[in-house]
Ligand binder design. Structure first.
Ligand SMILES: [Zn+2]
Length: 205
């Protein structure tokens, strides 16, 4: 029995975890191995139970790669990151389209995105971000049935020749370590987020 060189076991069970396959290979550079996820997760039979985003939300945070949760939305690591710290922000509800979200879900999707940015800045000091939602297969959504916003931290020089010549992305940190760092930064990042004001009366001018 040879030691597994990377997070292969997690990728073997990719159908149980959340992420968007993009055709790239991942070159996991740390010489450490971590199992992410686990065996024999119960199916819950709820709508969208075959959906990795619905499933991840029901798992313990470390197993689902969840980095933070709000009442209506949560954030987790992409199993197929473009960069270290690639976070996906989702509503708990299994909805496909941005127009299907309630106003409160829209607001919290934005808030959770901001918290994710603050946590990433605290943990990794990225110099920029790519934010975006792909709606529909044709637009590039890997899992179109459950809306998710990408939060991709960027550093100058983070893209190198590997994606071009080898369909491979180099990732300097394994997902379990990234999740731990972001989850640890999450509470402080959430505390820095201004409280949402819900105006019930007539609109102020
Ligand atoms: Zn779902």
């Amino acid at each position: 029995m040879s030691e597994d060189p990377g997070p292969g076991p997690a990728l073997d069970r990719a159908g149980e975890l959340a992420g968007e396959p993009d055709g790239f290979q991942r070159l996991w550079t740390p010489h450490r191995m971590a199992y992410i996820g686990g065996e024999n997760k119960p199916a819950d039979g709820a709508p969208g139970s075959g959906c990795p985003f619905c499933r991840a939300a029901t798992l313990p945070d470390d197993e689902g790669l969840v980095v933070g949760r709000g009442p209506l939305t949560y954030a987790l690591l992409n199993l197929y990151p473009y960069n270290s710290g690639h976070v996906l922000v989702c509503p708990y509800r299994h909805v496909a389209d941005y127009t299907d979200l309630t106003p409160d879900e829209v607001a919290e999707l934005g808030t959770t995105t901001r918290v994710a940015m603050r946590a990433l800045r605290a943990a990794y000091a990225p110099q920029g971000f790519n934010l975006g939602i792909n709606l529909g297969d044709v637009a590039g959504a890997g899992i179109a049935a459950h809306l998710h916003q990408h939060v991709v931290p960027r550093w100058r020089g983070d893209a190198n020749f590997l994606p071009i010549v080898a369909r491979t992305r180099a990732l300097p940190e394994i997902l379990a370590d990234t999740r731990s760092r972001l989850a640890a930064a999450w509470a402080r990042a959430a505390a820095d987020e201004p409280a949402v004001q819900h105006d019930e009366g007539s609109p102020a001018c």
